[in-house]
Design a protein around this ligand. Structure first.
Ligand code: COA
Length: 703
């Protein structure tokens, strides 16, 4: 359980000690004091330097110990070898948050020093931000404890960044793009304070309308997911996640890991939390700027207005790509747009007011969706033409933008042409009018707006769990660990399925030929027989499997053959018996998996199963903290969902029981700390009402 954090004090402190403050311009210790002063911070600034004196008019203290009164935040800017002592003094003084700008810790292998610092600070109740950061800025408190060389433009976007260098670059870039910041914090090595903590502050910050996160690696997936989900409920969160590496996945032992790069899992979970994942810095900035100014759409009746057919088609494609719906009520469109459209134009969405349209025609056409209660969003396109009165382009856009804002109707513009058009883009962008040079950029913004609001309209954060017999599962694991194994045998896997209530084929373990015959007769022919041995993982390769056994004689023959084959395959293999199982009838083979992902925590997977899982890679992922609706969405994302719905005249399959099984696998992975991977493949799905059979179950365990 994380201790109660007062993140407010990190961003809005009453006092700050700058340990390593310097009077030498050009040094970080100087820049931080200068930025605090220039930013207009009203709290106390205590520069600390053994040489004493004054820095920018502030009295310098020799040590934190000498500061009279309480200190909320300290910024550490001394070399790494002095950092522990500096942190110790601050923690002893009772400083609440210690931000360590200094580099040279875990990022260069100095893990122990970093741990030592965090452990000491925690023991005194202090929190650590960083190390390896550029500092914190909050517009609310005029608190700029960064060493940024440029002034930070104030506005409504809060940035949480793992990369310091990129963060500093973003300060400059957001200023150029006229995107003001409400806050920016560099999280660095995340030795203690992480994204989840910082989200807590920016979600509550009234100035913040949009949150932008730059994330490389995620620690503590469950907390991250919870904090992110809570944040998107309140405001849009744009995420730039880098590190699409497949390395981690290659090392994973199960299909759930190897079927996807870590990135596919991240992608799915960001969506599950309602975050908006941007592909590039530019896209992220475009979204942030647009989302901090755009009104909430009242519905999904979008309309494209254009003076060129080609760009209209491009925009239509973009709407499909970004999920922006286009309105199709022909009678209404005709009614609304006919006055602005010549006879040879098009009144079908996209509305084409044709190349002859001048600014007055545009004004008329673009005012219509702003005031109509039948349309909810406008995508305005313009291609430069010889007949257009170009000096009126910017005023027309300004005017129609204002009308949209006045009526709370979101609008984006894409205008294409020469220098007059490019100049208009620069001028209008500086006024925060969403004008772009490409319809894809414009409509990508509109798509982000819809995704955020649509997600919140239909979101359901409840988590479904099923009843599982935890004690029975723990017992199976105890036994396997006592045997020195980190995996469960097939029959133990079936025991876990039984304890969770996932349907399995009838099966029993026979220790002798007579026993095998009795088992087969109890289960009912035809049966399958499989060797049970911890020394033989790939049973078929060892000749340890016999299928379609129809009668007593065949049971006897199969028993003898399996024993013979397995001894020949591995003479010293310990054979615990032969499993006699129900011969599973044909159905639709799917896979259900669950694992503890090193970054995202417990995750679940489902998709097309059978022997071609890795070839087809038709699977989808979610955080294991999910409900039945989300489980269905996950399954429905795969192409093979069509098979469950009943392809080629087949009946629909038992999707309800598939969902049950997903929830059960999720419950196991979340509740049983010692199970790291579950893979059920295939789990055969029958017609509606007839359930499933988990045929092959692999489970990995840890101590
Ligand atoms: N308490 C307070 N001040 C102390 C001190 C102590 N115990 N011991 C030394 N100082 C003073 C020094 O005298 C110096 O002041 P001066 O300029 O008046 O001489 C100041 O602290 C800084 O120490 P110095 O040895 O000059 O270090 P530096 O300024 O060259 O480098 C860092 C310090 C922290 C900037 C450097 O070690 C570092 O980590 N740089 C990378 C920072 C970075 O990029 N972070 C990530 C950003 S994303």
């Amino acid at each position: 359980m994380k201790e109660e954090s007062n993140m407010n004090l990190l961003f809005e402190p009453r006092s700050i000690a700058v340990v390593g403050a310097s009077s030498k311009p050009g040094k970080i210790g100087f820049s931080v004091v200068r930025n605090l002063k220039q930013g207009g911070f009203k709290g106390k600034i205590y520069p600390i330097n053994p040489q004493g004196g004054e820095i920018l008019g502030e009295q310098v203290y020799n040590s934190v110990k000498d500061i009279p009164g309480e200190v909320d935040v300290a910024s550490i800017i001394v070399p790494a070898k002095l950092a522990f002592e500096a942190v110790k003094e601050c923690a002893d003084k009772g400083v609440k948050h210690i931000q360590i700008i200094t580099s040279g810790f875990s990022e260069v292998g100095e893990v122990e020093l970093e741990h030592k610092i965090v452990d000491y600070a925690k023991s005194k109740g202090s929190r650590i931000l960083g190390p390896n950061i550029f500092g914190v800025f909050s517009a609310t408190s005029n608190f700029n404890s960064t060493f940024s060389a440029t002034e930070i433009a104030r506005g409504h976007v809060a940035i949480l960044t793992q990369s310091g260098a990129l963060g500093i670059a973003m300060i400059g870039k957001t200023a150029v793009n006229n995107i003001g910041l409400s806050a920016i914090v560099s999280i660095g090595n995340k030795a203690d304070i992480d994204e989840a903590d910082c989200l807590e502050y920016v979600v509550k910050s009234e100035l913040t309308k949009v949150i932008l996160m730059y994330v490389e690696g995620i620690k503590g997936g469950e907390r991250f997911i919870e904090a992110l989900g809570a944040a998107t409920r309140v405001k849009p969160v744009v995420v730039l996640k880098s590190g699409r590496s497949k390395r981690g996945a290659a090392a994973a032992a199960s299909h759930t890991g190897s079927l996807a790069g870590a990135d596919e899992i991240t992608d799915a979970i960001l969506k599950q939390c309602g975050a908006l994942r941007a592909e590039s810095l530019q896209e992220a900035f475009n979204w942030c700027k647009f989302l901090s100014n755009a009104p909430e759409p009242k519905g999904n009746r979008g309309v494209i207005v254009t003076n060129g057919g080609g760009i209209g088609v491009m925009a239509t494609d973009a709407c499909e790509k970004y999920g922006v719906e286009l309105y199709d009520d022909q009678a209404v469109l005709k009614d609304v747009f006919a006055p602005a459209t010549p006879e040879f134009g098009s009144l079908k969405n996209p509305i084409d007011i044709t190349g002859g349209a001048n600014s007055a025609a545009y004004d008329l056409a673009l005012s219509a969706p702003a005031v109509s209660d039948k349309m909810d969003a406008t995508m305005a396109l313009y291609c430069e033409t010889a007949t257009f009165d170009s000096e009126n382009l910017a005023p027309m856009i300004r005017n129609t933008y204002k009308k949209h804002m006045d009526t709370g109707t979101p609008v984006v513009y894409a205008i294409v042409g020469g220098s007059a058009v490019e100049n208009a883009i620069v001028t209008l962008s500086n006024e925060n009018v969403p004008v772009f040079a490409d319809p894809y950029d414009a409509i990508s913004c509109m798509g982000a707006l819809y995704r955020h609001h649509d997600f919140n309209k239909s979101r359901d954060d409840s988590v479904n769990e099923s009843k599982i017999d935890l004690a029975a599962i723990e017992k199976v694991i105890d036994k396997a660990l006592a045997d020195g194994r980190t995996f469960l045998l097939a029959n133990e896997g079936q025991d876990v399925m039984r304890a969770a209530g996932i349907m399995i084929p009838g099966a029993a373990i026979a220790k002798s030929i007579d026993d095998a015959v009795k088992c087969a007769e109890k289960i009912g022919y035809p049966v399958v027989m499989k060797v049970v041995s911890r020394d033989i993982l790939h049973k078929s390769d060892a000749g340890g499997v016999a299928l379609n056994i129809e009668n007593k004689d065949e049971v006897v023959d199969a028993y003898e053959a399996i024993m013979r084959n397995c001894k020949a395959y591995k003479a010293d293999a310990v054979i615990d018996g032969i499993e006699v199982c129900e011969m599973v009838k044909k159905g639709t083979e799917i896979i259900i998996g669950a694992r503890k992902d090193p970054q995202m925590g417990p995750i679940v997977m489902a998709g097309m199963g059978g022997i071609y899982v890795e070839v087809m890679k038709d699977v989808a992922f979610r955080s294991a903290a999910l409900n039945r609706g989300e489980a269905l969405k996950m399954i429905a994302e795969t192409r093979s969902y069509a098979l469950l719905l009943g392809a080629r005249g087949e009946d629909q399959k038992d999707i309800d029981v598939v969902i049950d099984s997903v929830i059960k696998a999720s419950t196991i992975i979340r509740k049983v700390s010692r199970i790291s991977d579950i893979e059920i493949n295939p789990i055969v799905v029958y017609e509606k009402g007839k359930g499933v059979k988990a045929v092959d179950v692999r489970i990995l365990i840890t101590k």
